[in-house]
Design a protein around this ligand. Structure first.
Ligand code: AMP
Ligand code: GLY
Length: 426
């Protein structure tokens, strides 16, 4: 396919790094901007191929990304996943004077190492679960009763939310500990936090920060929050659990101290800080995790609620002048349901044909995630999470209705989705 160019006389050339639903949502938002003339995605998916230029490179090799940036002469790079950030993509781009939305690797370590994130939070007095590092099964047996039931066992690796075991069963906890130790040499046992989860995506640079509408993910694979953890089976925004009062506490106790600390570092933190929250019955927020990027599928319900120009949001942040920008939002609700492959999350079956995609309904966005075009030009599945069907409406229940009725028409053999996305608020 030839190069897709729009607004060719006035816009900028942008590269979005990643190939999931999050990157399709970011790309769709950028396509709306008058400031974008060329949209590139690496590697992208079948959805981004419809609106921009996909480039099949290996994004975990940051040198390959840098080469592509030079070749395409892009003005701004937006990094979707954490891997390239942890691997130093942002500083490499800074070195060649290319704007990058996404922090340097030292900041990305907040996601790269849960232990590092815990240490930062302890030093800043940010509320979070107590945690301990366990290096042997003997040590685990000695300490385990002090932490549960319920037990939370975490591997300190990038595992897309899948390196965490939460269980009421002591044998299962010990098995997870033993497996983690054999793989990595140690695991973390964490105090179990009670409450309701929410995600706050905070766009920040050293000059300012902007909280995007809070959302709620659904991490477990099954209805009623049962079964294993996944990358996220659906989300909605705004999440009513984050009331004005809760939001103020989150800002005061978590975001302000993190922003002050990150801004004082020599290395740049220009990007998104994803604050994974547990909110207890008194409305007190605790940090479950930090991510250094937009969430997936939270992005699919967050980007459509931003009414301001998305290129400006990314570019001002990447330039360190977010304080000069006024960011505005629609007074709307968004809800997305993830359609997953048979066998997801443990063993997804891919390469199956997807039918019934209809882009005509204005209240629904079909976000592609693990999709690709086969040699016959058919859209096929290529990952665990295949599509995120996002309804946008004046109410959460209408958004849910739009999403689910659109989903009914989509065919993918063996696929599954949760039928209760939004249940806490509907
Ligand atoms: P993480 O990758 O750290 O976000 O953990 C994945 C999921 O496990 C979270 O979204 C929570 O649902 C659950 N989880 C993690 N840590 C805790 C905790 N300390 N207490 C309760 N649930 C947790
Ligand atoms: N939806 C969870 C994440 O992006 O980490």
């Amino acid at each position: 396919m030839g190069l897709v160019v729009f607004n060719e006389f006035m816009g900028n050339s942008v590269l979005v790094v990643g190939g999931g639903g999050r990157e399709h949502a970011i790309s769709l938002g950028l396509k709306e901007s008058m400031n974008v003339s060329e949209l590139h995605i690496a590697p992208g998916n079948a959805g981004t191929a419809l609106i921009g230029n996909n480039h099949q490179i290996n994004i975990s090799n940051v040198d390959e990304v840098v080469e592509l940036v030079k070749e395409l002469d892009v003005d701004l790079v937006i990094v979707g996943p954490e891997g390239p950030l942890v691997n130093g993509l942002s500083e490499k781009l800074n070195h060649i004077d290319v704007l990058c939305f996404g922090p340097f690797s030292s900041g990305a370590n907040l996601e790269g190492s849960k232990q590092f994130a815990k240490n930062v939070m302890m030093n800043l007095n940010i509320p979070t679960a107590a945690s301990i590092r366990i290096e042997s099964i003997e040590q685990a047996e000695e300490l385990i009763d002090g932490f549960g039931p319920i037990w939370v066992i975490k591997r300190d690796v990038l595992a897309g939310g899948k390196g965490v075991t939460v269980t009421e069963n002591k044998d299962a906890a010990l098995a997870a500990i033993s497996e983690g130790i054999s793989l990595d040499g140690f695991v973390l046992i964490e105090e179990f936090l009670e409450g309701e989860e929410a995600s706050m995506l905070v766009v920040m640079d050293e000059s300012s920060y902007v909280c995007l509408p809070a959302s709620q993910d659904h991490k477990r694979v099954g209805e009623g929050d049962t079964g294993p953890n996944t990358g996220g089976m659906g989300a909605y925004a705004p999440a009513p659990i984050v009331t004005e009062s809760v939001k103020n506490k989150v800002i005061q106790r978590i975001i302000e101290p993190m922003h002050n600390w990150l801004s004082a570092q020599e290395d740049l933190y220009r990007g998104c800080l994803y604050v994974g929250l547990m909110i207890n019955e008194y409305g007190d927020p605790y940090v479950v995790e930090f991510n250094v990027r937009f969430g997936d599928p939270e992005t699919q319900v967050t980007i459509p609620l931003i009414s301001s120009d998305l290129y400006d949001l990314f570019a001002f942040t990447a330039e360190g002048k977010l304080s000069e920008l006024n960011v505005e939002f629609y007074d709307k609700h968004a809800l997305t349901v993830v359609l997953a492959s048979e066998g997801y999350p443990s063993k997804p079956k891919t390469n199956r044909i997807i039918t019934g995609l209809n882009y005509e309904n204005k209240d629904v966005i079909i976000h592609h995630a693990g999709t690709k075009l086969n040699s016959e030009g058919e859209i096929t599945s290529s990952g665990g999470r295949v599509l995120a069907i996002t309804g946008i409406s004046n109410s959460l229940s209408e958004a849910a209705k739009s999403s689910y009725s659109s989903l009914k028409n989509i065919g993918l053999e063996g696929s599954h989705f949760r039928k209760d996305i939004g249940h806490r608020s509907l």
